[in-house]
Design a protein around this ligand. Structure first.
Ligand code: ATP
Length: 469
């Protein structure tokens, strides 16, 4: 939308030239639909279809696996979306969770100042400067009209709790999951008996009344976050921050993102949030430019100190080894499954010519693919073949997402599975009835191997395990 691609000639190319390819594939195959479409849609909300919900669940599972399951020092939490409203006053969100908004004097459209074309080089100081519009000669991208000076626009959605709608019953839809982890710091630490350094991981919905949403699921008003808060000794915070950078980078690469399309970008001092000591974004080269995929932040002791001060609770940690009391520093990794799933979709998109025909495939990591395997009959007219397919399918479904399809000839069935990223197809043919063996076709190499029916599930599980590395 208003995001503009980089003009740097040395910049790496995006995996797809524009978003239309991904948006239309998503709609056609059931990854993502516009919300409330039959009513004309609602801006900046998207619904995940049958394949999209699988992909996004798999992204969340892969994150949970790396951040919780494979680690001894991080535990999970699922805090409520609605919290005590004072939380958001203490955290600074009520006062300052805002973006700079400008409005066109003629068409009345509103824009986020830093996303206007021509605003790429603005510093954080420029964004609050009332003369910024004149200085940078910015005009409305819609009709060239004059723009107002920037004003701060608070991004939080609010509603009322209980039957009375007045000031006292205002509650906020959380704009980040992080605060749920901070206010539960003591509950989690004491119940899990974790010693510092340890982390709290959370996945869940967040809401932001974004001024200029867009670029499909990149910037929505209702979205999910995958955030982890790591509580550390203050004197170790700087070093632990550095450790999280390659870890988070490697997670994206492990699940298939091309490293050349990733980069780190450190926030300039005037861009840092008021609480942050250091912030580095993992950025991805989207078709609309380099954009944040995830932020890694050293938040100091701001959060726990502020909540302790506001509530009178002691949120210090007692270190039994050194017999010291201190307020932990927090290293945060803040990403989102919507942006991550979108990135995996874009980066896995392949178009090639095979025997004179266009082949589209999604080279998704098998752990992320909506279906791990499709079971296909070579001849659907033979009931014994169909019956054997269903027997194999039922066995596979006990352990993984698997699908049966007989609505076209085999070549077309393969193409359909390629297009949604199914890593393996199992084909049952006439010979299978004799030799009780089937063909397993690989999505990326298109090679085929013959294996006994009894060994199909084991073979697919082994391939899944091998893909995990
Ligand atoms: P941006 O600069 O893009 O507005 P941010 O710096 O405000 O992002 P954070 O507050 O660090 O983002 O949020 C952490 C993560 O949550 C982001 O990296 C992104 O993956 C996800 N996220 C944030 N806002 C949105 C949104 N509007 N739609 C989808 N995902 C989002």
């Amino acid at each position: 939308m208003t995001d503009t691609p980089s003009r740097d000639p040395n910049d790496v190319a995006a995996a797809v030239p524009d978003l239309d390819t991904i948006v239309s594939l998503s709609k056609r195959r059931g990854f993502v639909f516009p919300s409330s479409e039959i009513y004309g849609g609602i801006n900046a909300v998207w619904d995940y279809g049958p394949l999209g919900v699988e992909l996004k669940n798999n992204v969340k599972r892969a994150w949970w696996r790396a951040m919780v399951q494979e680690r001894d020092d991080i535990v999970g939490l699922d805090a409520g979306i609605l919290m005590h409203p004072q939380v958001w006053i203490t955290s600074g969100h009520v006062g300052s969770f805002s973006d700079p908004l400008v409005e066109c004097g003629t068409c009345r459209r509103r824009y986020r100042l830093d996303e206007l074309p021509g605003a790429e080089s603005l510093t954080a100081t420029d964004l609050t400067d009332p003369t910024v519009i004149e200085r940078f000669k910015l005009t409305c991208p819609n009709d060239g009209g004059p723009l107002s000076a920037p004003r701060r626009f608070n991004l939080m959605f609010q509603t009322y709790m209980g039957p009375v709608q007045d000031e006292a019953s205002v509650v906020y839809f959380r704009p980040e999951t992080a605060q749920g982890s901070y206010v539960n710091f003591k509950n989690v630490q004491q119940s899990s008996r974790k010693k510092i350094p340890f982390g709290i991981a959370q996945i869940g919905k967040s809401f932001r009344n974004e001024i200029s949403p867009g670029n499909f699921v990149f910037r929505m008003r209702e979205f999910e976050q995958m955030e982890m808060q790591y509580f550390v000794r203050p004197d170790q915070a700087a070093a632990i921050f550095e450790e999280w950078l390659p870890r988070r980078w490697d997670w994206y690469v492990r699940y298939g993102v091309t490293p050349a399309r990733l980069r780190f970008r450190e926030h300039a001092p005037d861009e840092l949030a008021h609480y942050a000591k250091k912030a580095i974004d993992v950025e991805y080269r989207f078709p609309f430019g380099w954009k944040e995929l995830e932020g890694i932040h050293n938040r100091g002791d701001f959060d726990l100190s502020r909540h302790a001060e506001a509530t009178g609770e002691n949120l210090e940690y007692f270190d039994p080894a050194t017999e010291e009391h201190f307020t932990p520093f927090i290293i945060e990794t803040a990403g989102g499954p919507d942006r991550a799933a979108f990135t995996f979709l874009i980066d896995s998109y392949r178009e090639e010519e095979v025997r004179g025909e266009r082949r589209v495939s999604l080279a998704l990591h098998p752990d992320l693919a909506p279906y791990k395997v499709a079971v296909l009959p070579l001849l659907k007219k033979r009931p014994e073949i169909v019956e054997l397919c269903h027997r194999i399918l039922a066995d596979l479904k006990r352990d993984m997402m698997a699908v049966y399809d007989d609505t076209a000839a085999i070549g077309k069935l393969y193409r359909r599975q390629d297009e949604i990223g199914t890593p393996w197809c199992v084909t049952v043919d006439v010979d299978s009835l004799e030799d009780m063996a089937v063909t397993v076709r690989d999505r990326d190499s298109m090679t085929q191997e013959r294996i006994p029916v009894e060994g199909v599930k084991r073979a697919i599980l082994d391939k899944l395990d091998a893909a995990r590395g």
